[in-house]
Design a protein around this ligand. Structure first.
Ligand code: NMX
Ligand code: MLT
Length: 435
């Protein structure tokens, strides 16, 4: 058994009795109460999911396995001379809760290397769909891998449910190892006339993606940063929740990850990163090469709001301050592209949007989220094909969701099945309860 899998198994054996005890001894303890506005309002704030992989504090932002993002970036091993850590190190941390050594990371890199080769059908699916949105292609490419699911094979062979996590782990690593090649093939097929560099077995996840799409350093660090920043955001967001929900019916990991990507592809979720760039380009065209003044930018923001649209990249369902994922990208941009025209746009928006959203008085959180910054960095390094940005988000998000699904299976969480009511039943119950 590979070292990471062995370590994971130890952790699973430690955690299983704790979860069983919680269920048996405290099964009836009340954690939350549910209001009518939560039921009608997208279940906002309802405490009804469990994960130990990450936790989102409204004011502090995300922690991975208890570590803030600056801590994660500081503690994880980095390739020699690199600014950003190995994505493979993050995978180790999310699975086990432990910071890996350099040797642990090398083991993961070696393991993933042997799982990279794509079956021909994936290339065929991508090539046949070139008129579709890249997220639709990405989702279909993942689905095409489902035919090789080892979990399904085990399930059909009546393996014990205590061991379901093991073949799910193999499926997950087989899937994650293939993501750089899938992403690079979609990108080069759609936007670079199929000119893709050969994979380099010496390179890591982020480094090889940068190599295959042929963007020079420090884009390898941008890739690493991007995939790590987007990996997980606790379990209630649409993509994470969808992945968990679909996998809870014992669908294989390919079906679950494809489904989570379909949720990520909505403009209120991951697609917002392309919307930000589309929106900024609209203003850039209007400005004819001039950087807008604060007053011109304010007018543009108000025009968007008055047209009944949202300001993409701002607001959040949980966060109540600037997203730390935004701040990390801002720090990177201040170091590498401080005077770049589009960064100046983003910088002005950072200043003018929050007071406008506050004045408008609707958004509960006027601050920027991760998507307000990610596109401009990609644009700077030559990925001006903004339809592709959500694929990059999805490559990162697949890491966190795969880890979550394996843990769900290891802890034997059941099929998800909440209860619905009719509107008149809610009216009736609300009247009895009073306001
Ligand atoms: N611009 C304009 N109006 C907004 C914005 C915004 N950025 N954010 C929230 N509002 C409005 C929202 O549409 C709602 O209006 P109404 O009462 O007319 O329905 C009102 O403010 C209250 O919404 P909130 O409770 O603050 O936000 P909610 O939790 O419902 O939604 C988002 C959260 C993220 C969907 C929302 O802030 C939004 O649409 N933001 C823009 C899109 C975006 O950046 N999405 C990416 C989120 C991060 N990600 O990657 O997933
Ligand atoms: C995410 O990364 O999933 C988004 O910030 C949305 C969320 O957490 O609700």
């Amino acid at each position: 058994m590979a070292k990471l899998k062995e370590k994971l198994f130890e952790k699973i054996q430690e955690q299983r009795p704790k979860t069983q005890k919680l269920f048996k001894e405290y099964g009836k303890a009340v954690i939350d109460h549910i209001t009518v506005s939560q039921i009608l309002g997208g279940m906002r704030g309802m405490k009804c999911l469990v994960t130990d992989i990450s936790y989102l504090d409204p004011n502090e932002g995300i922690r991975y396995r208890g570590y803030t993002l600056p801590e994660v970036f500081e503690k994880l091993p980095k390739p020699a001379g690199a600014e950003m850590p190995y994505v493979e190190g993050l995978l180790y941390l999310l699975f086990t809760g432990d910071i890996p050594t350099g040797e642990d990371v090398n083991d993961v890199i070696e393991d993933l290397k042997n799982r990279r080769t794509l079956p021909q059908c994936v290339y065929d699916v991508i090539d046949a769909m070139e008129e579709s949105h890249p997220m639709t292609i990405f989702s279909a490419a993942i689905l095409a891998l489902s035919k090789d699911s080892l979990f399904r094979k085990d399930y059909n062979a009546s393996v014990s449910k205590m061991d379901y996590w093991s073949s799910t782990y193999e499926d997950a690593l087989n899937l994650l190892a293939k993501l750089p090649e899938i992403g690079a093939h979609i990108f080069t097929k759609l936007y670079r006339e199929g000119k893709k560099n050969k994979p380099d077995p010496k390179l890591d996840f982020g480094g090889d993606f940068a190599n295959m799409i042929d963007i020079d350093k420090p884009y390898d660090d941008v890739s690493r940063m991007y995939f790590i920043l987007h990996a997980d955001h606790e379990s209630g967001n649409v993509s994470a929740h969808t992945g968990h929900l679909v996998a809870s019916s014992l669908s294989d990991i390919y079906l679950a990850i494809s489904a989570m990507l379909n949720g990520l592809a909505g403009p209120l979720h991951g697609l917002a990163n392309q919307e930000v760039l589309r929106w900024i380009q609209d203003l850039r065209d209007k400005m004819g090469g001039k950087i807008p003044s604060d007053e011109e930018m304010k007018k543009f923001v108000w025009d968007t709001l008055n047209a009944g649209q949202v300001i993409p990249g701002f607001g959040h369902a949980v966060l109540r301050k600037t997203d730390p994922r935004y701040m990390m990208q801002r720090q990177f941009a201040l170091k590498h592209m401080k005077d770049y025209e589009l960064f100046r746009y983003v910088d002005i928006l950072f200043k003018v949007v929050p007071p406008i959203l506050t004045e408008q008085g609707k958004a509960k959180n006027p601050w920027p989220n991760v998507d307000a910054h990610s596109g401009v960095i990609q644009w700077y390094y030559g990925i001006t094909d903004y339809d592709f940005y959500t694929v990059l988000f999805g490559m990162g998000r697949s890491i966190g969701i795969c880890v979550n699904i394996i843990w769900d299976r290891a802890l034997l969480y059941p099929i998800e099945r909440p209860k619905s009511l009719t509107t008149s039943m809610i009216e009736e119950m609300a009247k009895k309860a009073g306001s």
